[in-house]
Every structure is written in C-alpha cells, then in structure tokens.
Ligand binder design. Structure first.
Ligand code: NCD
Length: 338
C-alpha cells in the first residue's frame, strides 16, 4: 500500500492490518512517554484546504508520537489564497522533502490527483475530500466498533472483523464522506449496514450501495442495532432547504432523549452511539445521548490517533520505501526521497 485514498478498494487484509497495527499503537498512548522512534527523520505535511479540528490535530499527534517532523499547512493565510494551484503547492512540498502528505480538500478527488501525478513522490493520505471519502475516519470508527463487538462476543479483537454486527448510519448521508467511507469499509469487514435519512438527504444511486436504506429511524431501531452512528447535518454544504425545519429534523431523524430511552425499552442494552464530530447538539444528537455511557464520541477521538499512527507507520515503512523502520528501533539515517 503506497497511499491511503479510499476504503472502497481497501482489501480486508489491508483493513485488518491497519486495525491490528492500531491496537499495537494504542499501547503507546497508555505509556508515560507516548513516543516511538519509528518515523524519526521522516517529514509529514498536513495540507488542509478545509477547516478541521479533530482530524488535523489527530494526524499531528499521530505523526509526533512516531517521532516524525510535522509541518502544518493551512490554505487560509498561505499562497493558496493568492491563487496558487494544487500542482505548485505539491511541487513546493516535494522540494521541501515531504515523505507523506495528509490532505483535506473541498474538491472530491483532490488526493487521488496528487497520488496519480508526478508532482510529488510522497505517500498521500486522504483526510477528507469534498463529499467523497474520509478513510481514516471510517477506520477509526471500525476500530471502535471492533473493540466493542469483540468484548461483547468474548473474542480477541485483533485479526477479527465485524461479521454479524448491525450498524445504522443516520442523517445527512448526501454530504457525508464519513458515511461513504464507512459503508465500503463495513461491507468489507462483514457488518450489516443500514443508512437512515430523509429522501432529500440520500445521494442518487444509493440503491446500488452495499447496504440497506430506510427513511424511518424508529423502525430501524426496533429491528435491532448494535452501533448507531449519527452524522452531522452539514449546513455549509447545503445550498437549498433539505428539510422543513431543524425542529422537524431532530424529531424525525435526530437521536433525541426519547430514542435514547427507547434503546432500554427495546432491550438494546449494549448498543453504542457514535458521532464523528463536530456535533450539532440538539439537532442530530441530544446532549444526553452524546454524554451518555453509550456514547463512544471521545473513544473515537482517542482511537483516531492510534489508527492514524498505524496508517502513517504502514505507509512510510512499507516495502516500496527504503529504510523500513521497525516499531522498536530508529530508521536508518539515509533519506532517499528528494
Ligand atoms: C467529519 C468530516 O470532516 O468529514 N468530521 C471529522 O473528520 N471528524 C464529519 C463532519 O464534518 O461532519
């Protein structure tokens, strides 16, 4: 694996390999000194053309825990706002010796373009491209689900997949790269996925996706759900009115206090509630749901660092690159790139 652009074409071996490596990485986060020398001398650039809190600092923490040098590049305040092209930006980063570029871009396909051209010979990680994909978010979600699922089933979490787990993903699927990446990855891992949304917030062609589709959150819950993932209503990507009112949205599609109570009444005592953040409290999720013991929101953030460490480690120490670093020792000092 040279790049991590999408979950659609990620094999089950690669997916489980990342999740298992992330389990190893998680042990670093529990240590007093949260650092490994594995990527010493490597340079990771965080290239963010869109706002981000969690994803950017998560990648920064991940790269630093592996001892890489990190350069944070935000498009605002850079020459990009003077009209510099993606090509010129990429070539500049190549000239500075970037070994990995973590890119978030408002245009779907931007990371693929970087990976396909010869502008830069670095590992490219997609940190969210438009409404298309967000593979590391899906991987951290799967990691969080796998821990829960294996604990429930009394099985080891490494090596296993999510066979039989019922996952519902509800809300603004139309604008959500998180939903897309999750559907592909969860299919690969064997989970049973249902998308729940108003018809106006479902993309054209959703019938061909490897999942079920429902317009009714309550009946989906009644059918039984092991992980309930709520999506943010992405106001910034909406140029029209997709639902009558926020009140109506939260009543029909939000995970509110009534639905939180319904989980107990339905005997779904082990169902977890997930959200990638940032949350619109009171819209797609109520505060009591977000803060309840069922909520994995903060676990997802914590697990994100382990999963991104795993992705960076596997990409930068892969067979295609010289000087493969090992988990316990420092890499060779020679740097072949650029
Ligand atoms: C998501 C994103 O940016 O796609 N957030 C994240 O990465 N944690 C989801 C969202 O913005 O709703």
């Amino acid at each position: 694996m040279k790049h991590l652009l999408s979950t659609e074409n990620l094999s089950i071996q690669d997916a489980i390999g990342i999740l298992d490596t992330a389990e190893e990485m998680a042990t670093v986060g529990d240590r007093e000194v949260k650092k490994l020398p594995a990527l010493r001398g490597r340079t990771v650039v965080n290239l963010f053309f869109e706002d981000s809190t969690r994803t950017r600092i998560s990648f920064e923490a991940a790269a630093k825990r592996l001892s890489a040098d990190v350069i944070n590049f935000a498009a605002k305040g850079s020459s990009v706002s003077k009209g510099e092209s993606l090509k010129d930006t990429a070539q500049t980063l190549a000239a500075m010796g970037a070994d990995a570029v973590v890119i978030r871009h408002w245009a779907s396909g931007a990371p693929h373009r970087l990976a396909a051209t010869d502008w830069i010979d670095a590992a490219i990680i997609n940190a969210g491209d438009g409404t298309h994909e967000h593979p590391t978010q899906a991987l951290l979600d799967a990691f969080t689900m796998r821990r829960h699922w294996s604990k429930l089933n009394g099985t080891a979490s490494t090596g296993s997949a999510l066979k039989g787990m019922r996952v519902a993903i509800a809300g603004d699927v139309l604008h959500s790269r998180v939903a897309r990446s999750n559907v592909w990855l969860l299919r690969t891992l064997g989970a049973d996925v249902t998308l729940v949304a108003p018809p106006t917030l479902l993309p054209i062609g959703v019938e061909s996706w490897p999942c079920k589709v429902s317009y009714d959150l309550d009946s989906t819950l009644e059918a039984g759900v092991d992980a309930m993932m709520m999506l943010r209503v992405q106001g910034e990507r909406m140029n029209a009115s997709f639902f009558p009112s926020t009140r109506e949205y939260s009543r029909r599609w939000g995970f509110d206090d009534t639905r939180l109570k319904a989980l107990d009444e339905l005997g779904l005592k082990d169902t977890i509630i997930m959200h990638p953040g940032p949350m619109n409290r009171g819209l797609e999720i109520s505060s009591s749901a977000a803060d309840s013991p069922r909520s994995t929101v903060l676990d997802q953030v914590r697990n994100g660092v382990s999963v991104r460490m795993a992705a960076l480690y596997l990409l930068l120490s892969g067979d295609s690159r010289e000087a493969a670093p090992s988990l316990s020792s420092a890499p060779s000092s020679s740097k072949e790139n650029n």
